[in-house]
Every structure is written in C-alpha cells, then in structure tokens.
Design a protein around this ligand. Structure first.
Ligand SMILES: [Cu+2]
Length: 141
C-alpha cells in the first residue's frame, strides 16, 4: 500500500510540475504579447492626453457701460472666450445668426460666461435685454 501511495505522490508532483511548467511557459508568451499590446495602446493614449494638458487658448471680453469691450475680436479655432459683466444691469451673450454660438442667459454683476469656438466663421452676438449691444467673434484656423 505504501508503494502505491508513493507512486501516486510522485505522479502528482511530476505531473503538477509539468503542468506548472507549461502554464508558466504559456503565461510567459501571453504576458509578453499583452504587455507589448498595452504598451502600444498606451503610447497613443499618452499623446492623446498631451494636447488636453497644453494650455488652452483664451480670450476675455468685458461687458461694461452697456457695451462689449472689445466688441469685435478674432481668435483661433478652439479658443475659449469668456465674457464678464461689470455692469450693475444684467446682460446676455446671445448668438445672433442661429449658429452654434454663445447663449449665456442673463448674467448679473460680476458673473462670467465662457464659450469655446470650435468652428471657423463669424459669430455675431448681442444682448437680448439691450438690442444695441452687439459684438462679433471671428474664428480662424
Ligand atoms: Cu445688456
């Protein structure tokens, strides 16, 4: 009986060792190919995130004395334009030609509104409360 037990143990140890060896071998090649794949996938991801970490182009417009100042600006595509109301009266920044442009709603004193211009063109805007208040943002490539 003891001999059979020992034979069983030897078979288990040798068999287990062989299974471990082949599993490790397969894992090795699998591991290598997956790390290569993830490395290759990681590389473009890293370059993708880099542009977003680069400083965003910005431009500021002051709303004061019932006027946008400067009223006409030219910016590069992707520029974030921020309007700040320094009047006591409320104002809006509202796109005039039904384009995808700024639509601030009412801005109280000290309030700001930002819009990022991602398409080129000329964007006319106005204050819906005071129709004489107008401005343009020209977006270039
Ligand atoms: Cu206004």
């Amino acid at each position: 009986m003891k001999k059979i037990l020992w034979i069983l143990i030897v078979i288990l140890v040798v068999g287990g060792g062989l299974i471990y060896y082949y599993a490790a071998k397969n894992n090795d090649t699998g591991y290598n190919s997956t790390t290569n794949n993830t490395n290759m996938k990681d590389m473009p991801k890293k370059t993708d995130t880099n542009p977003s970490t680069t400083p965003e182009a910005t431009s500021s417009i002051t709303i004061q004395n019932f006027a946008f100042s400067p009223a006409d600006i030219t910016v590069k595509k992707g520029t974030k334009v921020t309007w700040t109301n320094k009047d006591g009266a409320p104002h809006t920044v509202t796109e005039s030609d039904s384009q995808d442009g700024p639509a601030s709603g009412s801005l109280g004193n000290g309030q700001s509104y930002s819009f990022t211009f991602n398409t080129t063109g000329t964007f006319k805007y106005h204050c819906t409360i005071h129709s004489s208040m107008t401005g343009t943002v020209t977006v270039t490539d």
